[in-house]
Design a protein around this ligand. Structure first.
Ligand code: SAH
Length: 239
């Protein structure tokens, strides 16, 4: 729920505004614009569509505690986290299909808050997002609807199996860390230049890994070191 609505809902005397971190001295729109400028563009991500999406999606709708526009990851229920804005932008940029996002089919593994899914939907992709915790998926569904992204398809289950019904995907974004890229996800990637982005490594430290598929050829490249919560499932880590 968004604090602007909270402010305007009460009957009787108007309750004092609930103020969240970065929004203390500036409006949410200004805080979001500053996030885009200082955390994303200043670090070298300059794609105009990408910046527009981050300037548009109301991150505060997806965040329960902490400063929604601060340069940090924030906690979600059941020990999960919503990634730092720059990391969401970096992964989105790395997964961008050659012809842009509009009308592409995209699979996200690890719905969490729904923020990454909202960014992809804002970019014009058709998004399927899989989450293993039903309660997270349900609250993400409410937040996505609140923010105007009802079109995102949410699935509850072990995302290491992907979601074959929607394949092939132009992009697959895995927002949890695994020991290797699950084979079902590579099988469901479009052979026509599909791109997969995933943190691969140990439970405590990973490299952001990008794989591009050309026919049966898989072309991997490594990007930045990152730290994500574990991907738990048949083709991921154990419980
Ligand atoms: N993309 C999210 C952040 C995800 S945090 C956002 O924008 O907020 C990683 C998420 O992956 C957690 O919610 C965790 O429950 C989920 N997860 C871990 N293993 C999974 C699996 N095998 N299948 C689906 N979701 C998984």
């Amino acid at each position: 729920m968004n604090w602007l609505r909270l402010r305007s809902r009460g009957r009787g005397p108007t309750p004092p505004p609930i103020r969240i971190g970065a929004a203390r001295d500036e409006g949410l729109d200004a805080a979001r614009a500053r996030m885009v400028r200082e955390q994303i563009a200043a670090r070298g991500l300059r794609d105009a569509e990408l910046l527009r999406a981050f300037a548009t999606v109301p991150r505060h709708v997806f965040v329960e505690v902490g400063s929604p526009y601060a340069d940090e990851a924030l906690p979600l229920p059941v020990g999960q986290t919503i990634s730092q804005p720059y990391i969401v932008a970096l992964m989105t940029d790395a997964a961008r299909p050659a012809g842009g996002w509009r009308g592409t089919h995209v699979l996200e593994i690890g719905t969490g808050s729904g923020y990454q899914a909202a960014i992809l939907a804002e970019l014009g992709a058709e998004v399927v997002s899989v989450e293993r915790h039903a309660e997270l998926s349900e609250s993400a569904g409410r937040r996505l609807a609140d923010a105007g992204y009802e079109g995102v398809r949410l699935v509850v289950g072990d995302g290491t199996h992907g979601w074959p019904a929607g394949a092939p995907y132009d992009a697959v974004i895995v927002t949890a860390a695994g020991p290797s890229v699950p084979k079902p996800l590579l099988d469901q990637l479009s052979p026509d230049g599909g791109r997969l982005v995933m943190p691969v490594g140990s439970r405590v430290h990973q490299e952001l890994t990008v794989v591009e598929r050309r026919g049966e050829n898989l072309i991997p490249s490594l990007r930045d070191p990152v730290v994500f919560v574990p991907l738990i499932g048949e083709h991921g880590f154990g419980e």
